[in-house]
Design a protein around this ligand. Structure first.
Ligand code: PMP
Length: 389
């Protein structure tokens, strides 16, 4: 049977990692992979995570099954961080632990497919390359529309408005809650308000992907658009990842929250989420969620986590400021947020930046701002200039 398979292209970002490792030049700079790096170029285990692991090692006395919902205390303790303390819509929220933000997106997509198989998913492009395949694999139709113009680094708000205005009631709108991947371009408060109005007017269901809370402007600020949207609409899905803001990438820590129209629908949503989890992964992996729960249960560990997250956020924004200061035409980088900015360039230019200058970024021109030091700004700008960017 397997001879029927067609070989799929290798993931280009993984190839980039290998190429960077093989490069022996001293001044090479890795703006490729999408993980946070510190000033030493490492992606460290956070101090609060180490403390929580130590605590778990000493106190955890059983590893018996928890069930398809995973660690519900983890799910509950995250809620005030994401949605604020006792929001009006809090009564209509239900959550389940998932394997990372990816698992939350997949589970949410399947829930939509079960509830309304004809729903289309509106996806602004460019987006995280896994969005469209995840929704497609859940047998939902994906309708892409241009969300941003990379040449001018501006949101194409009229294109967004048009896409939402022509959607059918019940269609789903994928929105990046903060720190847009790959562009770093988030909507302004005014644009978010307009989107909320359109969601309400056309009876659309927002599916908010919140994978970088705390890495843009801070935990509260980064959650503000999500909270505003949830106050406005009847129903919503939120895919949350702890993999970046707790540095837990390979532990696969996430949650899917669903906001229903009324308290009556909560049980329906909850039982379907559990049933879908059961056939996908049966139960989510425990360790990462247990770490997050342990941190959030402890005032001391929570304070450590928040302080380190703030350091990470400041480092990224410091790198953004350094690049903007080195080249006035890159000033937009300091207005963008999160790990990424996406320069407008050809694949050939991205290849030349690697080959000639040892500067590694994705072929799409996406760069990870956490991969540089402020002192690299001059070299990066010089290389961009040499390649005509
Ligand atoms: N959404 C976005 C926008 C992402 O960038 C990522 C990870 N790169 C995810 C979701 C998935 O995160 P996780 O690793 O937790 O599955």
């Amino acid at each position: 049977m397997f001879e029927q398979l067609k070989t799929r292209p290798a993931d280009s970002l993984l190839a980039l990692i290998k190429a960077f490792q093989a490069d022996e030049r001293a001044g090479k700079i890795d703006l490729g992979v999408g993980v946070y790096s510190d000033a030493m170029g490492r992606t460290p285990v956070m101090r609060a995570v180490k403390a929580a692991e130590q605590f778990l090692l000493e106190t955890q006395d059983s590893k018996k099954y928890l069930g398809p919902e995973g660690d519900l205390q983890f799910v509950r303790l995250l809620q005030p961080i994401i949605f604020g303390k006792s929001p009006a819509f809090g009564e209509r929220l239900v959550g389940i632990q998932t394997p990372g933000g990816s698992g939350a997106l997949r589970l949410g997509a399947e829930l939509v497919q079960v509830a309304n198989p004809l729903a289309k998913v509106l996806l602004g492009t460019p987006s995280w390359p896994n969005h469209a395949p995840i929704f497609g694999s859940a047998r939902l139709a994906v309708k892409e529309y241009p969300f941003v113009d990379l040449a001018s680094q501006q949101v194409k708000i009229e294109s967004v408005v048009e896409a939402l205005s022509f959607a059918n009631p019940g269609d789903v709108v994928l929105l990046h809650g903060c720190c847009h991947n790959p562009t770093g371009i988030d909507f302004t408060t005014e644009e978010w308000r307009r989107i909320a109005e359109l969601l309400v007017a056309h009876k659309l269901v927002p599916f908010i992907d919140l994978a970088y809370q705390g890495l843009g402007d801070g935990l509260e600020q980064d959650a503000a658009p999500t909270r505003m949207i949830l106050e406005a609409v009847d129903e919503a899905l939120i895919a949350y990842s702890c993999d970046k803001n707790f540095g837990l990438y390979r532990e696969r820590v996430g949650a899917l929250y669903v906001m229903t129209r009324n308290a009556d629908d909560i049980g329906k949503a909850e039982s379907n989420m559990a049933a879908l989890a059961r056939v996908n992964w049966s139960m989510p992996p425990d360790h990462g969620a247990a770490i997050v729960r342990t941190i959030l249960e402890s005032a001391e560990m929570s304070a450590m986590w928040r302080a380190e997250l703030e350091e990470m956020c400041e480092r990224i924004n410091g790198n953004r400021a350094a690049l903007a200061a080195a080249a006035p035409d890159l000033a937009f980088i300091s207005r963008q947020r999160g790990l990424f900015s996406n320069l407008s360039m050809s694949r050939e230019t991205a290849a030349a930046l690697r080959a000639t200058h040892g500067i590694y970024m994705a072929d799409s021109g996406r760069m990870n701002l956490a991969g540089m030091q402020p002192s690299d700004a001059g070299a990066i700008v010089a290389a961009l200039r040499a390649e005509g960017c």
